[in-house]
Design a protein around this ligand. Structure first.
Ligand code: FAD
Ligand code: SF4
Length: 447
């Protein structure tokens, strides 16, 4: 059914992509060759049986298709919307060699939306084991691990520092890409398996690490919510945000509806977003919906933008100006931001991975007037809890080091998601969480 028109979608935070109609879904699914050795499945980090569910959609059997997906994926409506399918399952679809690959993500979303409209069924649990597991963090890693552990019959307590579950799904990804009612429905289904969710519990501060010692196992899913800053003059001025803070203020605290809700953001008429990833696109498109003129400054070339092509396309359609080969050197203003000074960059050499290394061109600077600067140059593992656990091995970036099975250097502690990999993807976090949950159940003797 395509995207909403630009004029229409800039009026609100409603979803941009309308998804497929039943007729479109059946037609799209009918293109699948039903390969004997389906490459697409290898491209899916949770190994959904893609040909099987696509075949069911082609026959009009939408609910069985959704049930089939759910065997491997507890968050199908979310993944159908936000997974980078073009570099995963769809990248390996054999049809992509000659024509467009099957739109696997759209079909997954379609089946999950059909199922949700009819009412979701709570997955069954195995016999209670009497074992207690603490899961810290309720993003995709924590929520999926909690669901898998509850299915295996354990008593699961899920600690979340914020006042709502979901991690980045709730506070980071804007509702025009991922509607909050979709997130809520999939999380509620997992909680309905008997997971004991404790909101407003910051483990390591309001709950001490020592208080977790009575649990039989602990799973860390605390994410990568520590924003990096550029370290340039002017970063302490009023009107400078990390993308994380800005998006949390809007997505979770509804700053766009201030003063009806009591969290504001600075007055924004001209916004500069620094960065070129998906998070930068989300921040820019959010600021645009709040009425600002938005410029995105990225230090490499347009073809090097790390964001998904679809996000770049949507941002450009929505009138966001892109300035590439430029990098901020100073944020201007007395108390509040009045502008940003940037320097032009040139790409003379390549790094080991073949990416150009941006180098400043001496004295080639320019200034942009703005009242808000949003920095989106990456983020690292959340240190609050992991820095307090004695003997826990960590990598150079502060990430928790795990084996392939999710185990850490501490015998009772497992970890999954961005806290282990650094900022990655929803489905990578979910894949790690499933594996770590399996390892915990094996350790507790219930597999
Ligand atoms: P998180 O989602 O970060 O969840 C961690 C949770 O732990 C948070 O709720 C946090 O409050 C909680 N927590 C942290 N410390 C504690 C503590 N001490 N006690 C209690 N709770 C704690 N990926 C995609 O695949 N597609 C996308 O389109 C996409 N878009 C993105 C857009 C944005 C703006 C951002 C920021 C990320 C995006 N990502 C996307 C990346 C993806 O969201 C993450 O890789 C994924 O959410 C990681 O899941 P997680 O569970 O490890 O961490
Ligand atoms: Fe169908 Fe493509 Fe998977 Fe083959 S690779 S089974 S055509 S989705």
């Amino acid at each position: 059914m395509g995207d909403r028109s630009v004029a229409d979608r800039l009026k609100d935070f409603g979803e941009v992509d309308n998804g497929l109609s039943p007729e479109e879904a059946i037609e799209e699914a009918g293109r699948c060759l039903q390969c004997k050795k389906p490459a697409c499945v290898d491209g899916c980090p949770v190994n959904i049986d893609i040909p099987a569910f696509v075949a069911l959609i082609a026959k009009g059997e939408f609910l069985p298709a959704a049930e089939n997906i759910r065997q491997q994926n507890l968050l199908p409506a979310i993944c159908g919307r936000v997974c980078p399918q073009e570099t995963q399952c769809e990248a390996l679809c054999i049809l992509g060699k000659k024509e467009t690959p099957i739109r696997i993500g759209q079909l997954e979303r379609f089946a999950a939306d059909q199922e949700r409209a009819k009412g979701l069924t709570v997955p069954a649990r195995k016999t209670a084991t009497g074992k207690r597991v603490a899961v810290i963090g309720s993003g995709p890693a924590g929520i999926v691990a909690a669901g898998e552990l509850a299915k295996d019959g354990h008593d699961v307590v899920l600690y979340e520092s914020l006042h709502a579950p979901g991690g980045v799904l709730t506070y980071g990804i804007p509702s025009f890409r991922l509607p909050k009612d979709v997130v809520k429905a999939e999380i509620d289904l997992i909680l309905a398996m008997g997971v004991d969710l404790r909101l407003n519990h910051l483990v390591g501060r309001t709950v001490s690490y020592e208080e977790l010692e009575g649990y039989d196992a602990i799973l860390l899913g605390t994410g990568a919510g520590l924003p990096y800053f550029m370290g340039i003059p002017g970063e302490n001025l009023s009107g400078v945000y990390s993308a994380n803070e800005f998006l949390t203020r809007v997505n979770l605290m509804h700053a766009e509806r201030f003063p009806k809700f009591d969290t504001p953001v600075a007055r924004m008429s001209r916004v500069v977003v620094v960065g070129g990833g998906n998070v930068a696109m989300d921040a820019a498109r959010t600021a645009r919906r709040m009425g600002a003129k938005v410029t995105l400054v990225y230090r490499r070339r347009e073809e090097d933008l790390p964001a998904r092509a679809a996000e770049v396309h949507h941002a450009q359609e929505e009138g966001i100006e892109f300035i590439t080969c430029a990098n901020p050197v100073r944020i201007l203003g007395e108390q509040a931001v009045t502008g940003i000074e940037c320097i032009r960059m040139q790409m003379c050499n390549l790094d080991e991975s073949g990416r150009p290394i941006p180098e400043p061109i001496d004295n080639d600077t320019f200034t942009l007037d703005c009242d808000v600067v949003i920095q989106s140059i990456g983020q690292g593992p959340n240190p609050v809890l992991v820095s307090q656990i004695p003997g826990l091995d960590k990598g150079r970036a502060g990430n928790v080091v795990t084996g392939d099975d999710g185990s850490t250097s501490h015998p009772k502690i497992f970890a999954a998601g961005d806290v282990t990999t650094g900022a990655a993807t929803v489905i990578m976090a979910m894949g790690g969480a499933k594996q770590a949950a399996r390892s915990i159940s094996e350790m507790l003797g219930s597999r």
